[in-house]
Design a protein around this ligand. Sequence first.
Ligand code: MN
Length: 362
Amino acid sequence: MGELTIGAFARASRLSPKALRLYDELGLLAPARVDGTTGYRYYVEAQLPRARLVAWLRRVGMPLARIGEVCDLYETDPPAAGLVIGAYWARVETETAARRDLVTFLVDQLSGNPAGKGVEQMSEMRMRYAAGTDRGLVRPVNQDTAYAGSRLLAVADGFGADGARASGAAVDALVALEESVRGADVLNGLADAVDRVNRANREGSSGDSGDSGDSGTTLTAMLWTGSRLALVHVGDTRAYLLRGGEVSRITHDHTLVQSMIDAGSLTAEEATSHPRRALLLRALDGSADHARPDLRLHDVVPGDRYLLCSDGLFTVVGPDDIRRVLATAVDPADAVSELIALALAAGGPDNVACAVADAVTV
Ligand code: MN
């Protein structure tokens, strides 16, 4: 098969010569040959599929470095390239949803409508709440922390030699915000508090003789703004919502197995028995790159029931049991004690922490 000039290849690939020169400069699609004298680029027909793939991925908006990875994978394993594209898009949609919530919040704040839509209904809502934690039946100490107050719901799961202090300090930092922070400052306040907690963990670990070097904590918390819940989340503690009889999870685990599920290489079923299912990709462990929390705003509807819990609950109490307790418990305190009792009945292999809040109209 003969060589094609850049013009002929451009027509065949429905790309412009300018785009082809750009792809070459970016290292995404090198010509088959560059004439040493004239500098003209020549292509072969076998390069057409890759050229078209680059064009489609650019239209999708994929970053150039990622396009290069997908195209290289495509040469040897097209289905794997498909999985990477799917995982990329799932992440874009998650991030877009979080940004949409943030934009709504900022627009409301700047337009002088801090409560957003449904202001009359929202202003009549308040939270009923309860929290509890238990050492479980196996672990020597309890490193989980749970808190519930009129504006704040929080759970943290500490790990390492200094884990109990780390989880307690994370929740304390948010309790300090509960009375002080208002309106538009909520997300900034949460982000700053998490950053301070993380830096304290770094200082704590470097000051000791190494025995607390791997200590840190997860954190999942919701701060009630009066109209919405500001959600901060890092690690594998979780937030669930019971609304209309259905339970949905509103946090995304920062774990290796969750990233494998997102990439399509593991099913949720397989994840429950994966040997590295507890491996955290993000936590407040003092390192800057592990500590990035998810921050978002969540609209509340009267009748909503929220559960925050540590992995000591959901790894041993199945989704059907969690749903049943949330749907039937009369008040938050009953829900907390029933869920902890279920975790203990299942062997209590880990510390367990639960916090439950109901959004009720006054
Ligand atoms: Mn745990």
